[in-house]
Write a protein that binds this ligand. Structure first.
Ligand code: C2E
Ligand code: CA
Ligand code: CA
Ligand code: CA
Length: 279
């Protein structure tokens, strides 16, 4: 298990106070917070099940709100999406991630591919192309340093334009992951058409593994399916040793992400953790 414990606990904001004024406060404080660095990123590693090496990171947003304290992204991302403000925050995230990769590279610290969560509607916009291109050039990094994560549910709303956008990004050299796989509807029929590189299997499929035989069988079938489609497979929400053993015993090449290995960490903590990481 992880040798060093870091405290980056997020205190979930009480949903009962999700009022009109809370939404307004969120929207009004977003731009000032971006300027004052009250937003910051944490990075969670993905571990190769066989080599036990770190194979990549996922960037996750955090907000130390001046009035509400630490807010969970689950509480503010939906508000920003609903009010068409999520692309501004996504641009900030892209710039911050690319700057971080550039710094790691300059300091000759081994740099990992970083996955960035991209809201479905933003993926198909021309603006995203420009923002990515600018951030890569500015920090002298490659498209292959970035993975774009899009959720299964967001894909469903405009499948054809999403498929075109994924193809374009793949051709440029980005990796593209389908996030929260298994939680959307009509997933299997659409999966075939999706030119993605990576399948991220939702945490809910691993929660009762290996104690539930049924869940274990379902998880193994989804892994087999992803493998037969030549996809890199990430299992999210891995929390126990037993889950790791089960996943290793399937014999499939897998990447594991979860609290068992590490919670999302700020950049300096992540590098410190990676240096001391022994499986
Ligand atoms: P997600 O993209 O599916 O991210 C995985 C979530 O699971 C993260 O929660 C992560 O901290 C958490 N997690 C990782 N390992 C474990 C584990 O072993 N056990 C448990 N219980 N949880 C684990 P987080 O950071 O609170 O984010 C929640 C959701 O908010 C994300 O789900 C994503 O949908 C959204 N989100 C977070 N950061 C961003 C971002 O930068 N941009 C966008 N657009 N959405 C984001
Ligand atoms: Ca994600
Ligand atoms: Ca996910
Ligand atoms: Ca999830």
């Amino acid at each position: 298990s992880p040798s060093i414990q870091f405290q980056h606990e997020i205190i979930r904001f009480d949903k009962s106070v999700h009022t009109y004024s809370f939404e307004q406060d969120i929207l009004n404080s977003m731009n000032p917070s971006m300027e004052k660095n009250e937003f910051y990123l944490v990075y969670q590693p993905k571990i190769d099940v066989e080599s036990k090496k770190i194979v990549g990171l996922e960037a996750l947003i955090r907000w130390n709100h001046p009035e509400y304290g630490f807010l969970s992204p689950a509480d503010f991302i939906p508000i920003l999406e609903k009010n068409q403000r999520i692309s501004d925050l996504t641009d900030w995230i892209i710039k911050t991630v690319c700057k971080q990769i550039g710094e790691w590279r300059e300091e000759a610290i081994h740099h990992f591919q970083v996955a960035i969560n991209i809201p479905g509607e933003y993926l198909t916009s021309h603006r995203l192309r420009k923002v990515l291109k600018k951030a890569l050039t500015k920090n002298n990094i490659e498209p292959s340093d970035i993975e774009l994560e899009i959720t299964e549910t967001s894909v469903m709303s405009s499948i054809n334009s999403t498929i075109r956008a994924i193809s374009t990004y793949k051709e440029i050299g980005f990796s593209v992951a389908l996030d929260d796989f298994g939680t959307g509807i009509s997933s299997l029929s659409n999966l075939r058409k999706m030119p993605i590189s990576t399948l991220k299997i939702d945490k809910s499929f691993v929660d009762e593994v290996p104690s539930s035989e049924k869940d274990s069988a379902i998880l193994e079938s989804i892994i087999a399916l992803g493998h037969s489609l030549n996809l890199t497979i990430v299992i999210e929400g891995v929390e126990t040793k037993e889950q790791v053993s089960f996943l290793a015993s399937t014999g499939y090449p897998l990447q594991l992400q979860g609290y068992y290995f590490a919670k999302p960490l700020i950049a300096t903590e992540l590098i410190e953790w990676a240096r001391g990481f022994h499986y």
